[in-house]
Design a protein around this ligand. Structure first.
Ligand SMILES: Cc1ncc(COP(=O)(O)O)c(C=O)c1O
Length: 167
């Protein structure tokens, strides 16, 4: 019997993609590899509907969350973290591990926070430099209104950092 996974990941991989992984691996400092990498970056931009740079990281999603946080902020900075599940909570944990002060907008599992709650948190913590939020909180199934949240955050001059899962 074929085992089916119903978690947010790992993703089911089509047979032809699995088969392509059995082909010889080109060295990563050759023109052959550079072409493959540039093409996959172009395809990712097309898939994500952006002309902005797309960075591919050899890490799990949490590694990408950590990379975003440490490259945008410094120890001692203050942030607002929107928490309504395991992945929202992860933003705050990573930030504290790097010596940032975290102001939490907490909602019960299964619920979402919206722009009003985030705006109040920014008003209460004027030193905050960024707001961290999770789009689809896959640990509960709740979808956060990140566009609306980002609008109020941008209006206040802060950065919005969003964890988005694609499967
Ligand atoms: C919403 C969300 N954020 C972050 C992650 C990152 O988790 P991981 O480090 O296990 O890839 C996941 C993985 O399922 C996720 O669903």
């Amino acid at each position: 019997m074929k085992r089916m996974l119903f978690t947010p990941g790992p993703t089911e991989i089509p047979a032809e993609v699995l088969a392509s992984q059995s082909r010889p691996i080109p060295h990563h400092r050759t023109d052959e590899y550079r072409q493959i990498f540039l093409e996959q970056t172009r395809l990712l931009q097309e898939h994500l509907g952006t002309t902005q740079p797309v960075l591919t990281l050899a890490a799990s999603g949490s590694g990408a969350m950590e990379a975003a946080l440490v490259n945008l902020l410094s120890p001692g900075d203050e942030i607002v973290a929107v928490e309504g599940g395991k992945f929202g909570e992860r933003w705050g944990k990573i930030a504290e591990a790097y010596g940032l002060t975290v102001h939490r907008v907490k909602v019960a599992y299964g619920r979402v926070a919206g722009p009003k709650e985030v705006e109040s948190a920014i008003a209460a913590h004027p030193k905050a430099k960024a707001v961290f939020v999770t789009h689809s909180e896959t640990s509960t199934g709740a979808l956060f209104p990140v566009h609306e949240i980002a609008k109020v955050v941008r209006a206040k001059g802060l950065l919005t950092v969003v964890a988005v899962s694609f499967n």
